[in-house]
Design a protein around this ligand. Sequence first.
Ligand code: HEM
Length: 487
Amino acid sequence: MELGDFPLVTAIIAILIPLLLWLFSIINDWRYCRGLEKERDGHRVPPGSMGWPVIGELLDFLWCFKFTRRPDDFIAKRKSRHGDSGIFRTHLFGQPSIVTCSPEMNKFVLGRGTEDGSFGPGWPSSQLLGASSITMKDGLSHKRLKRYFMDAFNSPRALSSLLTNAQPTFVEFMENWVSKGRISAFEETRAVTFANICDILASFKEKTLLCTMERFYTGLMAGLRAMPLNFPGTSFHHALKCRKKLTDILLKEIKERKEKSIHKTDFMQVLLDSTDENGEYLSEQEIVDNTVSFILGGYESTSNVMTWALYYLAKYPTIMQKLKDETLSIRGKKPKNGLLSMEDLKAMKYTTKVADEVIRLANISPFIFRRVLKDGIVFNGYTFPKDWRILVWIRSNHIDSEYFDDPLTFNPNRWDNFKPKPGTHNVFGHGPRYCPGNNFAKLQVMMFLYYASSKYRWELINPNAGITFLPHPKPDDGVEIFFSHAL
Ligand code: HEM
C-alpha cells in the first residue's frame, strides 16, 4: 500500500463503521420487534430503538449517568428523537425493555396494570431476595403479606418502638460524630440507619453482630446489581453466600424466640405473631425473606435521604435557620433529654416539608422495575410485549418544571397547600406496591432532622463536589462535613 492511500483507507473506515453500527441496530430492532406491530388494530410498539446487539442502549445510559453526569439527558434525547409519547422501547441491562415517563403511563403501569396482574415484579433475582419476599410475590399472596406489613409498620407498638429506640441511637451516633469532627455523612448516616433498622426489625443491638450483618448486606446488594453469573469469583456468587449467612443469623433468632418463648417488641415479632384468616402463621422462610427485604428496602434509601438532608441544609442557610427555629421551639418545651413523641412530630410542620423536599429532590430511586406478565397488553395504542421489562422512570417527573416550579431549587415551602398532580410525585411508588415503609422512613428522617438541627451544626468541606448518579445520586466526596455542637 502506498503512503498516499491512507486518507482513502481512513475515509472508508470512517464511513463503514457508522454504517455497520447503524445496520446492526436496524437488525437488532427487527429481531425484537418483528411481528409485534398491529397497525390495523391501532397497536404500535412504543417508539425507540433496541440499540446494538447484546449491549442494547447501555452505553448511552452509562454515558448519561456516569460520564456526562446528566442522567436526565437519557429521557430528553429520546423525547427529542421519538416524540413526547411518555413511552419508549429500549434494551437495557440485558433485557428488552419499555421506559415509561409520563404521569399517565406511570400511573397505568404502577396502578391499574399492577393491580390486575398485567405487570409483576421486575426485580432481577429471586434467588437473592428469597422466593417468599414481598417484592417477589404477586396477586393474593402479595396482598396478604402487604396487609401484615402495613399493620406491622403502622401499629402503635411498632411506632412507639421506633420512637423510643431510634432517638437514643441518633444522639449516640451524633455525639460520636462530634468527637470525630470531620466525617463522611454518607458513611455515618449508613451506620446509624443500619443500627436503627436492625434494632427495629429484630432488636439486634450488639455492635459486632451489626458489623457482620452490614458486611453480608453489602455483599448481597453488590450481587443484586451484578450479572447473575454463579461461579466462584463473581459478585453474584459472593452475594448468594452473604444471603445464606444473613438467613442463618435470622433463622437462629427465630428458633431461639420460639424455643425459649421470648417475646420482643419488634417487626420480627409482629410477623411471628401474625395469622391469616385461617389462623395460619407465616413460615420461618417467609419471615426471613421479608426481614431481609425490609433491610434492603429501608436501609440505603433512608440513609441516602439523610445524607442529602445534611447537604441541602448546609447549602441553604435560610432554610436551615427556619428548621432550627421550629426544632428549637419543640425542644424548649421538653424536659432535658426528653424524647420526641408522636404529637411532637405531628406538630413539626416545617420539618415535615423539609423531609418531603429532600426526598423529592434527592430522587434516590430513579426508576421502578416491572415485568410484562400477560400477552396483549395495550395502553393508549401502545403494546407492552410479554416478558419485556418495564422501567417506570419516576425521577424525571419529580424535577419537571411542568409539575414543580423551579424544580431544581430546594424549597420546602413549595409544599404549602400544594398537592402534586396525580402521577407526578411517585417517590414511594404508587398502587398496590406502594412503599410500606414510607411513614417509617419519614419519621426517621424527621427525628434525624430534629436532633441534627437543634443540637449540632455542620459545614460542607467540598461545597462544589460533583454528583455521581450510580447506583444512587450522591456527591462525589460522600458529603464530607465538619460536625460540631451548636454554639
Ligand atoms: C426515603 C426512603 C424510601 C424510599 C424513597 C422508598 C421508595 C420505595 C419505592 C419507590 C417503592 C416501590 C417499588 C415498586 O413499586 O416496585 C418501595 C417499595 C418498598 N419499600 Fe420503600 N422506600 C423507602 C423506605 C423504605 C423503608 C424504611 C422500608 C422498610 C423498613 C421500605 C420497604 C419497602 C418494601 C418492602 C417495598 C416493596 C413493597 C412491595 O413490593 O409491595 N422502604 N419503596
